[in-house]
Design a protein around this ligand. Structure first.
Ligand SMILES: *Cc1c(COP(=O)(O)O)cnc(C)c1O
Length: 371
């Protein structure tokens, strides 16, 4: 059996006609940047998320950078985030000249940031918290919002892996001051190139983001501030408009497959992702990640059986070379470090077949019978 870790071509086959029509329309229109499709997409995704403003930008990293900039965060400021995420969550903080401060994760909450650890990291310089809904599972937002209110901090949600996820009935990315999304092709809602989105209910912040993405100008060739060139292009917007219609269906398939995995893998010496009641937390499984001390052996074994797996993430951010000046050392974030040694992501995407999951889970069982 040939199994893919992720198969983006399979999804394209199911929507090919619509996509081709949309792209053709853009090509014929002569409008390639911030045109009508982009406006429509922003309106539709704002409605989908239940948020007042949605602003397309060039990618998820820029969504974070522009958000920090719009809030006036820069040199001398500290921003608390998780060490167990894609690098961009912290890189954006450094990019605006502020200092990322890491707070360890919790094994009780699917590897999300531990709210008790956030509290310990607050100083007089702390300006914001970036909770990352890792692998598509929402963080404990009530507690994070409570801390943010108490210490007067902004919340920028990194919802790049969590489009469609919900916390107590509200969409991830709409609970803090700002939410950031990525449309990188492998994300649950992915374009055929780069793309990103900033969402907020705050008019002033929205205005700033819209200005920042076009070189700090509100009127063409008049610049009120130093900005960026960071726009969602018209072809990506047209593609995403088509794909947005399917996102709930695709997420639902991911959830069903994650449940099947959990069912087939129970009673093995591995930690499975926790699936919550959807009214509490709707986890959209950008990745299906298990934990085992035998991670490397299991990975090799599965590879031999033709099953590709992924390691997200092999090195937590506080130990990255780029952050050696922050002065962290091995042992500072024991949970994130343990997760980096034990995490293994199994294939999961909407088009993955049930037989494939049976084949994968049988191989995992056989591995643990042998050792
Ligand atoms: C993908 C991702 C980003 C960055 O998005 P890009 O579109 O690749 O710039 C940021 N944070 C997290 C958690 C991500 O998964």
């Amino acid at each position: 059996m040939h199994i893919s870790f992720l198969d983006l071509k399979a999804q394209y086959q199911t929507i090919k006609k619509e996509i081709k029509k949309e792209i053709e329309e853009v090509l014929e229109s002569g409008n390639y940047i911030l045109g009508p499709k982009e406006k429509e997409f922003e309106k539709e995704i704002a409605e989908y998320l239940g948020v007042k403003h949605a602003i397309g930008v060039a990618n998820g990293t820029d969504a974070l950078v522009l958000s920090l900039d719009a809030l006036g965060i820069g040199p001398g400021d500290e921003v608390i985030t998780t060490p167990y995420t894609f690098f961009a969550s912290a890189e954006a903080v450094s990019r605006v000249g502020a200092k990322p401060v890491f707070a360890d994760i919790s094994f009780d909450d699917n590897l999300n940031i531990d709210v008790r650890q956030i509290k310990k990291k607050i100083t007089k310089n702390t300006k914001a918290i970036i909770p990352v809904h890792i692998f598509g599972c929402p963080c404990n937002m009530d507690e994070i919002i409570q801390i943010a209110r108490k210490y007067n901090l902004y919340i920028i949600e990194d919802a790049c892996q969590a489009i469609g996820a919900q916390y107590k009935g509200k969409k991830a990315g709409t609970l803090g001051d700002i939410g950031c999304f990525s449309f990188f092709p492998t994300k649950n809602l992915g374009g055929y190139g780069d793309g990103g989105l900033v969402v907020t209910n705050n008019d002033e912040i929205a205005e700033k983001i819209m200005t920042l993405r076009v070189h700090g100008s509100t009127k063409k060739y008049y610049h009120s501030r130093i900005g960026y060139n960071s726009r969602l292009d018209e072809i990506q917007a047209a593609i995403l408009k088509v794909k947005l219609k399917y996102i709930d269906k695709w997420n639902q398939k991911r959830i069903e497959k994650a449940k099947l995995y959990n069912d087939k893998l129970k009673n093995l010496p591995i930690t499975l992702p926790k699936i919550y009641d959807e009214n509490h937390k709707k986890h959209v499984f950008h990745l299906y990640t298990i934990l085992t001390p035998k991670r490397d052996e299991l990975k090799n074994y599965l590879e031999q059986k033709g099953i590709p797996t992924g390691i997200y993430y092999p090195l937590p951010l506080h130990l990255q070379e780029a952050y050696k000046d922050l002065g962290y050392k091995d042992g500072d974030m024991p949970n994130a470090e343990k997760a980096s040694r034990q995490a293994l992501s199994l294939p999961l995407y909407p088009e993955l077949k049930e037989e494939e999951i049976y084949y994968i889970t049988e191989a995992v069982k056989t591995f643990f019978e042998r050792v």
